[in-house]
Design a protein around this ligand. Structure first.
Ligand code: NAP
Length: 285
């Protein structure tokens, strides 16, 4: 089957993994394998790279989950929307945000979930309340949509800025939120700013949508990019005196949400956190 190496299914150990392309830099195996080990779960979490060049590869992977003893899998770019075609069911949140980042295999059926939304909210809540806060959300792609939904659930007053205005308007209309022009951001006194675009991601690490003058000192600024962790936006936020939240916090909480879907028990979040930071330390940013 294409590029996905599923050799371990032969010993009947339950397999989990992450599908996407590329997946080789994923931090998810470190977190999930540490959780399995800590709780004595006889399972392994693997990288499952699926090439977008072969349209059959994703379909085959999904049809053969039982054969390959796959209990569930994480989904990353570029398949978070496409995987929905192969899901037998998905939960209302995944349907609402048109994005599945977690699949559970239940009675040979693929059930899609989205843990990005709660993962982002949990990461922000480590530093600030969300309820009734004035929030600027940068982006209108898959992650932004999940985050917009979570923020709305907390009754935040959300303003969306996106390079492609029509996408910001469509998302705002769907979730009954507002849009904002780039020029108006500096004067809007936001409590929370979330970057859910890929601006500032490696290799374009000097790029940022906002400069320090546009960021209030009292704000909490979260960037969900994980490579690098300290993006240019977060450097600007620090210069403005704001608090920052780096992208691995959301990654940790969305992974904990996945574990809970697969195993119907609390995730050993401290173990997962330790494994995440140990893995990050091995990497040179
Ligand atoms: P996506 O659906 O492709 O959306 C990309 C967003 O970035 C769109 O709003 C797009 O604007 C904007 N954008 C891209 N290049 C831009 C540029 N040069 N200037 C201005 N805007 C630009 O991607 P996604 O799945 O939402 O992911 C977005 C980021 O979140 C990625 O870096 C991803 O790695 C990260 N992420 C992190 C976590 C985590 O757990 N930490 C989870 C999910 C995603 P247009 O609409 O104008 O194209």
């Amino acid at each position: 089957m294409g590029g996905v190496d599923l050799e371990d299914h032969k010993n009947k150990r339950e397999l989990f993994g992450i599908i996407g392309h590329p997946v080789k830099y994923s931090l998810s195996p470190a977190m999930h394998n540490a959780a399995f080990k800590a709780l004595g779960i006889n399972a392994e979490y693997k990288l499952m790279d699926i090439s977008p060049d072969d349209p059959e590869e994703l379909a085959n992977f999904c049809y053969e989950t039982d054969l390959n003893h796959i209990g569930g899998f994480s989904v990353t770019m570029p398949y978070k929307n496409q995987i929905m075609e192969y899901c037998d069911h998905y939960d209302p949140l995944a349907k609402m945000v048109s994005s599945v980042n977690t699949v559970n295999v239940e009675d040979s059926q693929l059930i899609g979930y989205n843990t990005d939304a709660m993962g982002a909210a949990a990461a922000l809540q480590e530093k600030t309340e969300i309820k009734d806060k004035k929030v600027l959300l940068l982006g209108a792609g898959g992650a932004a949509k999940a985050i917009a939904y979570a923020l709305r659930e907390f009754n935040a007053e959300v303003f969306i800025y996106n390079r492609t205005l029509e996408k910001a308007e469509a998302l705002a209309e769907e979730l009954k939120l507002e849009t904002i022009d780039l020029d108006a951001i500096g004067g809007a006194d936001f409590d929370i700013i979330v970057n859910a675009t890929s601006v500032g991601m490696k290799p374009n690490i000097e790029e940022t949508i906002l400069r320090s003058e546009q960021i209030p000192q009292h704000a909490v600024v979260m960037d969900i990019i994980t490579s690098p962790l300290k993006t240019q936006l977060l450097k600007e936020a620090e210069e403005a005196g704001a608090e920052i939240v780096t992208g691995e916090r959301m990654l940790l909480h969305q992974a904990a949400g996945q574990f809970e879907i697969w195993f119907k028990q609390d995730a050993p979040i401290q173990v997962m956190e330790g494994a995440l930071y140990a893995e990050l330390e091995k990497r040179v940013d």
